[in-house]
Design a protein around this ligand. Structure first.
Ligand SMILES: Cc1cc2nc3c(=O)[nH]c(=O)nc-3n(C[C@H](O)[C@H](O)[C@H](O)COP(=O)(O)OP(=O)(O)OC[C@H]3O[C@@H](n4cnc5c(N)ncnc54)[C@H](O)[C@@H]3O)c2cc1C
Length: 480
């Protein structure tokens, strides 16, 4: 038996296979003080009368000094994994698990659909206004992701975006980015790709909208709760989301290593302005590339990206209004951050005004000359994109039978998210196949330090020329 298993074996754990029922004994909480073979932690004494049961201080202490949960019962023959988060990474993970015959249940908060930041909004039934309001397009540099994208292309879900994309300097100077690397878009927007990530079999169950608020190890299984409502028990868990929500969920989970890694992650904030215009915007164009459809904007604080969804998604339908997605820079997002679920009207108005002002500046238009949009919506992506990464495909804690996947593990793109999910799905399936007998071999990403993510304020596009880091021109000074 591997030494780590011996070290953490719970006194109540039974060797040999056990039925998949509540009688299965396994998870023990081993405190650092308990050390090898530790005994059950003493039952907490009831608090003295009149004192609150929980204090903020004790909650904070608990999150920093969590006791590691250790599962030591054998892995069952038919395990089920809970995947918390139905974005690109969580869905890719569930799909990879299914490909290996492992069941999973995916929980996602999405009211309108799965996908997370693979987000498309369709409004106004008559006028059919469609906006990709997070991911705009993607590249495919890794063989595994390319294979998936090829399948999507064959199924008519994805196509190359051949419209002109490049860099727009404040004042209206546009430079197209050479299109040697294909740029892909969802034919009907990004969100349908989320459903396409799920294979058609009964190994994956999706529960949505559902916000998992508590994780609890119990009798060798992970119990999940949505507020106080039980949401089942599982042999392993996957955290496929990040930010405040994940930090809160992990803070009392008994997974200190996962908690520590998640807390190291820094995320940017980005404002999105969706705007529909009756008439085409005055976009600079020339005979070689025509009017641009997407541009990374330079030197405008309130704007880092602008894209014409109408031209991108419906290039042949010339009578539609123009639906534009504008994104702020990360620095503007940081300066104007508010709670994203409760944006004050005054802030929404200010951001809209300043971002439309940014559009004028970017296009070289005089102040106040931009036509007024007939539809607008502002949204804050409060946890928009990772700013640092451990550079590992996924994180897995075999003692706690818990893992993390997401874009931030290797970068900040749909490709990074999908590859991370695939990697974790395979890794967890391998772990199950080993019957959990050599847990130490399956620990991954638990200690890696995080390094800065390079790329654009809206993520990375491996292979694209504009992806290359901007190197500041050296200032020439003459000394006489
Ligand atoms: C403004 C913006 C522009 C972008 N542009 C591009 C681009 O052009 N190209 C590109 O490749 N990438 C782009 N990205 C990045 C890309 O969208 C992400 O890298 C990718 O979609 C991340 O997928 P994920 O699965 O890691 O996370 P997410 O998509 O964030 O998925 C996490 C999911 O978990 C859910 N969730 C959270 N907490 C819980 C809980 N407690 N219980 C249940 N569910 C929960 C969330 O609701 C969400 O659906 C952009 C991102 C933003 C914000």
């Amino acid at each position: 038996m591997p030494p780590s298993l011996l070290l953490h074996r719970a006194p109540c754990a039974r060797p040999g296979p056990a039925p998949r029922a509540a009688s299965r004994l396994s998870a023990s909480v081993v405190s650092a003080a308990n050390g090898a073979g530790g005994s059950r932690p003493p039952k907490p004494r009831p608090p003295p009368r009149g004192k609150p049961r929980f204090s903020r201080q004790s909650a904070i202490r608990k999150s920093f000094q969590q006791e590691q949960v250790v599962f030591s019962t054998p892995v069952p023959a038919d395990p089920t994994v809970a995947v918390i988060g139905g974005g690109a990474s969580g869905l890719a993970c569930a799909s990879a698990l299914a490909a290996r015959g492992v069941r999973s249940v995916v929980f996602d908060t999405g009211k309108h659909g799965l996908g997370g930041r693979l987000a498309t909004r369709a409004v106004h039934e008559e006028r059919r206004l469609v906006f990709d309001h997070a991911a705009q397009f993607f590249t495919a540099s890794d063989e595994r992701f390319r294979k998936l994208v090829d399948e999507w292309v064959d199924r008519g879900l994805v196509r190359e975006w051949r419209g002109s994309v490049g860099e727009l300097q404040a004042g209206g100077q546009f430079t197209p980015t050479p299109s040697s690397t294909p740029r892909y878009i969802g034919v009907n927007g990004m969100r349908p790709l989320a459903d396409a990530l799920l294979p058609e079999n009964d190994l994956i169950k999706v529960i949505r909208p559902s916000w998992i608020s508590k994780l609890e190890p119990f009798n060798g299984l992970w119990r999940l709760f949505e507020n106080e409502k039980p949401q089942g028990q599982y042999d392993a868990i996957v955290i496929a989301h990040n930010g405040k929500c994940a930090n809160r969920l992990l803070s009392t989970s008994g997974l200190p290593q996962l908690t520590k890694q998640m807390k190291r992650l820094d995320l940017s904030s980005v404002w999105a302005l969706l705007a529909a215009f009756e008439d085409p915007l005055p976009i600079p164009h020339n005979s070689s590339h025509g009017a641009f459809e997407g541009a990374f904007v330079r030197d405008v604080d309130s704007l880092s990206w602008m894209a014409n969804n109408t031209r991108k998604l419906f290039p042949l339908e010339t009578d539609r209004p123009e639906c534009w997605t504008f994104f702020s820079t990360a620095s503007y997002g940081r300066k104007n951050k508010v709670p994203q679920e409760n944006i004050p009207n005054a802030t929404a108005e200010k951001v809209k005004r300043e971002m439309l002002g940014g559009v004028e500046l970017a296009l070289g238009l005089s102040t106040g000359s931009l036509q007024l949009p007939f539809y607008t919506r502002v949204q804050l992506w409060g946890a928009a994109l990772p700013m640092n990464t451990p550079g590992v495909p996924c994180i897995f804690d075999p003692q706690g039978r818990a893992g993390i996947c997401g874009d931030w593990l290797t970068g900040s793109s749909i490709e990074a998210a999908v590859l991370s999910g695939m990697s974790l799905g395979d890794h967890v399936a391998d772990y199950f196949a080993s019957h959990g007998e050599r847990p130490e071999e399956f620990a991954i990403g638990l200690d890696d330090s995080l390094i800065r993510v390079e790329g654009h304020d809206i993520g990375q596009f491996p292979g694209l020329d504009s992806q290359k880091p901007q190197v500041a021109e050296p200032q020439l000074t003459l000394s006489i």
